[in-house]
Design a protein around this ligand. Sequence first.
Ligand code: CTP
Ligand code: MG
Length: 254
Amino acid sequence: MSSTPPPADRPRPPRTAAVIPAAGRGVRLGPGAPKALRMLGGTPMLIHAIRAMAASRAVSLVVVVAPPDGAPEVKHLLDEHALPERTDYLVVPGGETRQESVRLGLEALPEDVAVVLVHDAARPLVPVDTVDAVAAAVRDGAPAVVPALPLADTVKEVEPAAPGEPEPVLATPVRARLRAVQTPQGFDREALERAHAEVAVDGEGATDDAGMVERLGRPVVVVPGHEEAFKVTRPLDLVLAEAVLARRRANDGF
Ligand code: CTP
Ligand code: MG
């Protein structure tokens, strides 16, 4: 515990924690180390993501969900890199799916955590203002908060066919009503834990935590996301991430 403890006669205020699922392989990025451990501007993507969460004054604990056999390596990385000292850090091993990894992260939370942000390690460059806005919206009473952006492309629903085969179009949703969702997604802890207990999806699992809270029937709200909160998924995304870092360095220099 790095912060000064409150007097013994007063209970601790409820805390906000960030859970960072980082246990994926990164198959779509191509061969190499697990995605979260790949370098961006000379620093592992995971360290960028942890710093982005710890930079928010709202966040007092960061739980990193490491690749299943990679927890010792991730702990070592955290020791090697400078991180804000007012924040606590925990590392736990992850699971086979993102949903499973998030559940394992939730299980590691101490009792006094009331608000949880879930943030993909694969979104290393999210600005702190976005993190603060999500945390504030949960504290203001929304059980689930999702940062999102309008879409640039029109989206079509299709009947999936074999790779390379033409696919029949089933519908074209009105683009103005669609949003592409990002992380960190923010939750009232009780709502997210209940979602994991009651509406967990088998097989591949859910790719979106807020979707699980939706299925519980609880309200979910969208707040503005940020274009720098994009997910590093394919090789071209690494090029964009390096360019964003270079732009930040150039701006810091002037
Ligand atoms: N994730 C996780 N545990 C898993 C799978 C994914 O913690 N079993 C995490 C990833 O590390 C990532 C986030 O969930 O930070 C979003 O997932 P995605 O972008 O799909 O990453 P990967 O699953 O690693 O990539 P791919 O699907 O291309 O293999
Ligand atoms: Mg994946």
